[in-house]
Design a protein around this ligand. Structure first.
Ligand code: AMP
Length: 112
């Protein structure tokens, strides 16, 4: 499967993991939008949030728990934002579900 995030997870492409467990990896976004911009990526290849349902939604709770842990370790005591872009209108560019953990500056609302 030609998926860039699967290749990173499988260590076919070198990447420095901030965190890894049996379900997710966390690494720095290549094109950071804030002083801290990490990607939390489930190891299972799920294309987007469109494919999250009652049978596999546990992973989302795990992602949020990991986000809290790595946010603290990244100095984001003052807060942060978690973003999931879903499909074309959501601005998704990599079709492997992932969650942006962004912080280190004041976030704007509404987002662009
Ligand atoms: P999205 O637009 O929500 O699908 O987010 C995809 C993100 O992946 C973008 O913020 C990209 O900068 C990031 N990205 C793409 N390729 C890589 C890579 N090889 N390593 C780290 N981040 C990447």
């Amino acid at each position: 499967m030609d998926c860039i995030f699967c290749k990173i997870i499988n260590k076919e492409i070198p990447s420095e993991f901030i965190y890894e467990d049996d379900k997710v990896v966390v690494f720095k976004d290549l094109n950071p939008q804030a002083p801290v911009h990490l990607l939390i990526v489930p190891k299972e290849h799920i294309e987007s949030n469109e494919y999250i349902n009652e049978s596999n939604s546990d992973i989302v709770g795990h992602v949020f728990a990991v986000a809290n842990k790595v946010a603290k370790e990244s100095g984001l005591e003052n807060g942060y934002r978690i973003v999931n872009n879903c499909k074309e209108d959501g601005g998704q560019s990599v079709n492997h579900i992932h969650f942006h953990l962004i912080g280190g500056r004041q976030m704007l609302w509404p987002p662009g």
